[in-house]
Design a protein around this ligand. Sequence first.
Ligand SMILES: Cc1cc2nc3c(=O)[nH]c(=O)nc-3n(C[C@H](O)[C@H](O)[C@H](O)COP(=O)(O)OP(=O)(O)OC[C@H]3O[C@@H](n4cnc5c(N)ncnc54)[C@H](O)[C@@H]3O)c2cc1C
Length: 477
Amino acid sequence: MAFSLELTPAHHELLDRAHGFAEDVIRPVAAQYDREAQFPWQVLEQASEAGLYDFLLYRDLISDPTGLSLCLLIEELFWGCAGIGLSIVYPALALSALAQAATPEQLLRWAPECFGEPGNIKLASLAVTEPHGGSDVSSNTTVARREGDSWVIDGTKMFIGNGGVADVHVVNASVDRSVGHYGQAMFIVPKDTSGLRLVRTLDKLGCRASHHAELAFEGCRIPADHLLGTEDELEDKVARGQRKTEAAERARRDGAEKATGEGDDSGGSTTLGAFEQTRPLVAAQAIGVARAAYEYARDYATEREAFGHPIIEHQGTAFPLADVAAAIDSARLLTWRAAWMAANKVSFVQAEGSMSKLVASEVAVQATERAVQTLGGWGYIDDHPVEKWYRDAKVFSIYEGTSEIQRMIIGRAIAEQRGEGPLHLGAGSGGVTNPLARGTKARSRLSKPVVQAGVRTSWLERAARLVPDSFLRGGSR
Ligand SMILES: Cc1cc2nc3c(=O)[nH]c(=O)nc-3n(C[C@H](O)[C@H](O)[C@H](O)COP(=O)(O)OP(=O)(O)OC[C@H]3O[C@@H](n4cnc5c(N)ncnc54)[C@H](O)[C@@H]3O)c2cc1C
């Protein structure tokens, strides 16, 4: 499907529904939940009743060929409140890990357990990060060992959204630490499993209407079928990791600079992989908060007066807000592009998913800081929501891969682009394939005599129309 900025009627319907929910249900209670650092059970219940907290909604939206539906939904929820937004979308994060790792039968069994239903809502959690460091997941130390008909998990997890209170924990653990991420698998640990312990609930700078915890897994025993995917697949993955490790070892002994061959994933675009696809959704979260802060500051600046004029008439106020407005739109364009690429399975050759997350998260920090500044002293106290948005925004440059990690991923991807042109050409990267497209040599050769002859008709367009459509569209994107 071609990339388009035109929203469909279904997009508009979703947008209106999500915005209405954010405005009528989330915003009125956001400050209170933030102040009290309470989990927003009541809002989740209302979201469930409104069909916005439901795995079936995600099943539908993920199949949108434009890729935009989830971005639209998430931007609106986070425009309402980032903490409440996180509480609403955390099960979807766990669901996305489930969808990547689980067999179809496992997905059917566990997806409804992540959300529950109105009157009986449930929570889900994705537990990957560990206290010693979250950026380098391959060095995780939580282990899973097979004992009879069970897996037994030992380790500690940190910063886990819904951790310890979730009905379903999707947990990353290693069955063979010697092969890094090749030895890692995902496991389902249900609530109340013996050996799963909530060590402490974390007190946070922002997003305080969401729950995060440190978790301990102490001889935590789960049934064998709680390994996501099949044991055969896991064995194959571990064997691939072992071959890769041996090849790297041989290359090191032989003095080669870099091991090559199977499993070499030292940053290649083919391995940017699944995370790239979910990054636009984190970018959409950041854009929601950035937009909230920008809109508030813009409106305030048109009403607040200083030196006899609304402050927006002072360049010092208007120009930074203009920069923020442009930055938010740039971030959204990057985000929608990446979401469209993910939906259309276009390779992220330049780490476009990371680009969207990097830019949107930094824009959120910039926009909220500017909103505080625009309100002056009023921005610094909690009479207005901008100080909350300022605290909330910082998380986007940290979680789901810090800004430094996004730059590292983009850096590796662009290193592979050596010799390529600077323009992103989209699917297949075969270049412009319409021979008469604007800017092609053929078109300028054809148009020269037309211009010289002073012909004022759209002759070239009509000539182009004589060429069969299929020819013009060949390989288009
Ligand atoms: C509010 C919140 C919610 C979260 N939710 C979850 C969740 O639900 N589930 C989950 O599993 N995790 C979650 N996380 C964890 C989050 O993903 C990690 O905090 C993040 O990945 C960074 O890991 P770290 O904090 O251990 O920092 P570290 O990895 O220790 O990094 C510290 C600093 O070093 C920098 N750094 C590291 N490596 C490099 C490098 N190679 N080059 C340059 N700089 C580098 C980092 O960018 C960072 O600035 C959450 C975190 C927060 C704050």
